[in-house]
Design a protein around this ligand. Structure first.
Ligand SMILES: [Zn+2]
Length: 333
């Protein structure tokens, strides 16, 4: 069991101890939204290290996965966050997980995979276009000596702004100048349809505009893949529903399977614990529910090492069974 965040912040000794043995419960992994009382685990043959605040590195066979936190946002909890579920039940689920029931704190994460001589970034964060407290991906990469120019490819799960805005700077220059950008074809086809943009509700206007700011000037260079295809040795995993072409990514190394599941499940305390609930950002809630059950059942049965775009702690861990749903058992916390 790791110490609570409050205890961490109180105790300089705890911080020193955590720095010495980072994988065993480093305070540097804590931040708003972390899971009090969660139990870290150390799978055989998999080694991880907390490099600094918001950056955890994990070795899986010959692959190295670096989880990088782009930031957090805290929003007041209202009854629209989980449509169709009474607010009191949502509050209860947050309380059960040891979290505040007045607001929700959503982490944003991206992942760098070094494997087979290639360096691949999975999702690109908010860049300079997100809410305050986000947009730290590029600086955190620099801090751990990952030069944005060393990224060979960026694989995008879906076109929501918090996943694509970090691809380009406000002046239009690419954040990852040498990277080929790969996107799911169904995602491209849906968002880049001008007629659909024109008829979209006002609330979706910003998301459509982001896709054009990011992709329109480089459209000829963006590779569109069919979900299920492999890219740079990384398999893409269809997980539609959150958006029309939402896609995860995974690979296998020495019997360990890693899968980055993007927005398959938003906050674990709500959407792993109650997988039939759908966050308001799920564009097709029913399809998203089916994808969630299918992939989480597989992750559970096969002990995948899974990662989530909006999961707390190091954002990498295992899925465990919890009553009629699941829980997130973070790898480092
Ligand atoms: Zn997202």
């Amino acid at each position: 069991m790791h110490p609570t965040r409050r205890a961490c912040l109180r105790s300089a000794a705890a911080m020193a101890a955590a720095a010495a043995v980072p994988w065993l419960g480093g305070c540097e992994n804590f931040g708003p939204g972390d899971l009090p009382g969660s139990v870290a685990y150390r799978p055989k043959g998999v080694r991880g290290t907390s490099l600094r605040e918001g950056v955890v590195r994990l070795e899986i066979g010959t692959a190295v996965v670096t989880a990088v936190r782009d930031g957090f946002v805290t929003m007041p909890l209202d009854d629209g966050f989980v449509p169709g579920v009474p607010l009191i039940q949502v509050r209860q689920a947050l309380t059960e997980a040891g979290l505040s029931d007045a607001s929700v704190t959503i982490p944003f994460n991206a992942f760098v995979v070094d494997r087979q001589g290639r360096r691949v970034l999975l999702d690109a964060g908010n860049g300079r276009f997100g809410p305050p407290g986000t947009g730290q991906l590029a600086s955190r990469l620099q801090e751990v000596d990952i030069d944005p120019a060393s990224i060979d490819a960026v694989l995008i799960t879906h076109f929501h702004p918090d996943h694509i805005n970090g691809l380009r700077n406000p002046d239009g220059t690419p954040t990852f100048p040498n990277a080929t950008i790969h996107v799911p074809k169904p995602e491209w086809d849906w968002w880049m349809d001008d007629a659909r943009m024109r008829s979209a509700p006002a609330a979706m206007r910003g998301a459509f505009e982001s896709t054009r700011r990011v992709f329109a000037p480089i459209a000829a260079d963006v590779r569109r893949f069919e979900p299920g295809e492999s890219i740079d040795g990384i398999e893409s995993i269809p997980a539609f529903g959150h958006t029309p072409g939402h896609t995860g990514f995974g690979f296998e190394e020495r019997g360990h399977r890693f899968a980055y599941l993007g927005d398959l499940a938003n906050l674990p305390a709500l959407f792993l614990r109650h997988p039939h609930w759908a966050v308001r950002f799920d564009m097709d809630a029913e399809t998203a529910r089916r994808a969630r059950r299918r992939l989480l059942d597989e992750a559970l049965a096969k002990s995948w090492i899974v990662a989530g775009a909006h999961w707390p702690n190091a954002a990498i861990g295992r899925i465990t069974r919890r009553e009629d749903g699941y829980a997130f058992s973070p790898l480092a916390a």
